[in-house]
Design a protein around this ligand. Structure first.
Ligand SMILES: Cc1ncc(C[n+]2csc(CCOP(=O)(O)OP(=O)(O)O)c2C)c(N)n1
Ligand SMILES: [Mg+2]
Length: 331
């Protein structure tokens, strides 16, 4: 590292990019596997939203906690959940994060700080309030981040959670991934406000809106919010404006989305965009970018191999890890 710290700076930029590539490669492999019939699973694709999850990945500590949604592939990878546990859970195998009992919508991995993925829109924020309250009461300096969509920001549970987090000065960061659609409905048809971040003012917490396809911009906003929360300054709200490339669920052909809107978003794909930036600024050469691609492919294939050769979850698993104190039937 040189004296101005450029080595460190370049290193975290490489880490950001490597995470984004790993996320894209994992998504591409799922898309290929599901469409060819090789994989039997459901998937709500995160493709296009890599920059946000990668920034969370470099800013958060392992003991910081994350609550995410069904569209959580990238968030889980960023937070360090092993790929094998993610794919294994999606495909109902014993190597999955929940031994294949939860499926795609319900992936948790407390060792990496992922406490909940939920398929119930708006259910994450209140749970995150509880986690942040617990951390504060125990005197821990961990921060909880809740990642959710623009649609979820319209639910009552989000507003109740925002109110309580602000009232109790909780170490909680709300990360709204505004991909401009909730299922098949554009955000403009469900929200009078143009900027979701403006809602933060209603709860007296800072709210910022950033380009969610720029990992450096998201990272800087997260650094501020997480640092503030860790220091006892209370919650904050970050709106990351992004786009969803593959539809609500895998297989959704998106007839409701104007073709030019999708084409413009895909032309600004955050992954090659950041790769080009690294090349132009001399952080990485072509060889290094290729090496990052190759490593990601290898990691993904190793995980796929492990999952495809693992056992499917059997009926004996039904009660395992479900109750803290196992119940003997009949009760
Ligand atoms: C309480 C509840 N209502 C409705 C649904 C059906 N539903 C699933 S995803 C979704 C849209 C959510 O949009 P957004 O919060 O923007 O997240 P995104 O899918 O875009 O990531 C809806 C309405 C649900 N899962 N839960
Ligand atoms: Mg959305």
């Amino acid at each position: 590292m040189n004296r101005c710290g450029q080595g460190d700076r370049d290193d975290f930029r490489r880490r950001l990019y490597a995470l984004m590539v790993l996320m894209k490669t994992a998504d591409d492999r799922l898309a290929k596997g599901i469409s060819t019939g090789e994989f039997m699973c459901v998937y709500w694709p995160s493709r296009g939203q890599e920059a946000i999850a990668a920034a969370m990945g470099v800013v958060l500590r392992t003991d910081d906690q994350l609550v995410t949604t069904y569209r959580g592939l990238h968030d889980l990878i960023g937070k360090g959940v092993p790929l094998q546990e993610i794919f294994g859970e999606m495909m109902g195998r014993t190597v999955g994060a929940g031994r294949g009992k939860g499926g795609t919508m319900h992936i948790a991995n407390p060792a990496s700080g992922v406490m909940l993925s939920t398929g119930i829109v708006g259910a994450g924020p209140p749970v995150a309030v509880g986690l942040a309250l617990a951390g504060k009461r125990k005197g821990l300096d961990r921060v909880t981040v809740v990642s959710f969509g623009d649609g979820a920001a319209n639910t009552g549970s989000f507003h109740e959670a925002a109110n309580m987090a602000a009232l109790w000065d909780l170490p909680l960061v709300f990360v709204c991934q505004n991909n401009r659609y909730a299922e098949m409905t554009p955000t403009s048809a469900t929200m009078k406000l143009e900027h979701v971040a403006d809602r933060a003012a209603g709860y007296a917490m800072p709210g910022v809106r950033v380009d969610g396809n720029d990992p450096l911009g998201v990272r800087s906003a997260l650094d501020d919010a997480v640092g503030r929360a860790r220091g006892g300054g209370g919650p904050a709200f970050i709106e990351c404006v992004t786009f969803r490339f593959r539809g609500h669920y895998f297989g959704d052909r998106m007839p409701y989305m104007p073709k030019d809107e999708l084409a413009a978003a895909m032309a600004a794909d955050p992954v090659p965009r950041f790769g080009n930036y690294l090349l132009e600024t001399g952080v990485c050469g072509e060889d290094e970018l290729r090496r990052i691609d190759d490593e990601a492919l290898q990691q993904v294939e190793t995980a796929v191999q492990a999952v495809m050769t693992a056992d499917s979850t059997s009926a004996d698993e039904l009660e395992r890890d479900v109750y803290a104190t196992p119940i003997t039937f009949p009760v």
